[in-house]
Write a protein that binds this ligand. Structure first.
Ligand SMILES: C[S@@+](CC[C@H](N)C(=O)[O-])C[C@H]1O[C@@H](n2cnc3c(N)ncnc32)[C@H](O)[C@@H]1O
Length: 214
């Protein structure tokens, strides 16, 4: 997310992370920077990649495709199929172009539309879900995502600390109060849900990682 000045930890972590070697990821990242499109922070991308490698999922759901940066991270870390939802037509068009030119097209199914309407329609089981869509809706999606996640499946959610405003590290900007309250409720709900084992980590803008118990 380009709107936050990184703290000392993030600056340090980014300085020691190796430069991205994947040409396609570099190209998408450049396009994102030039067009002010928020995509994964470098340290979050590294964490997502590891989580996917550990699980090696066969069926992945993503909410919030944007231009396909995180989709490429996911597909590069496993051999599964990605189902990804994006509301913005222009972004999804670009994502599809990138998925095609990178050779991933056969491993991705993209959905254009509002995740609020699409998520309840899914019935299959996923073994990895990456939630990076509208932050006020995480709490609303949770019952559906929980149902769709296979036992042992992983739910990874980005931006859960939202510029430090959820934890109180930063002052809550008034017009962001709805998002902050919704994320706080989401985190309290998921960490107290006994069907999940959850950790909340200050990686990038904050991530939660939940494993659905077998
Ligand atoms: C932070 S960006 C996703 C970044 C992407 N995951 C990445 O790292 O490459 C969030 C995306 O969610 C999309 N979005 C917002 N509300 C949505 C909704 N109701 N349904 C589907 N997508 C939505 C936005 O258009 C935006 O592209």
């Amino acid at each position: 997310m380009p709107f936050k000045t990184p703290g000392a930890n993030s600056i340090y972590i980014r300085s020691i992370l190796p430069k991205e070697k994947d040409e396609k990821l570099r190209q998408i990242s450049l396009y994102a920077d030039e067009n002010m499109i928020p995509v994964l922070l470098p340290e979050t991308a590294a964490f997502l990649k590891q989580a996917v490698m550990l699980k090696n999922p066969k069926k992945i759901l993503e909410i919030g495709t944007a231009i396909g940066y995180s989709g490429h991270v996911i597909l590069g870390a496993c051999d599964g199929h990605l189902y990804t939802i994006e509301a913005d037509e222009k972004s999804l068009k670009k994502a599809n172009e990138f998925f095609t030119s990178s050779g991933y097209k056969d491993r991705v199914t993209t959905y254009l539309g509002d995740a609020n309407e699409i998520v309840p329609l899914f019935s299959g089981e996923f073994d990895f879900i990456f939630l990076d869509g509208p932050k006020t809706r995480y709490i609303q999606y949770l019952p559906y995502l929980k149902r769709m996640l296979s036992p042992g499946g992983i739910l990874l959610c980005d931006n859960v600390l939202f510029n430090g405003m959820v934890s109180g590290e930063s002052e809550v900007v008034k017009k962001k109060a709805t998002i902050v309250n919704a994320l706080d409720l989401f985190l309290r709900t998921i960490t107290s849900d006994e069907d999940f084992v959850t950790s909340v980590l200050p990686v990038g803008d904050g991530v939660s990682l939940s494993i659905k118990k077998e």
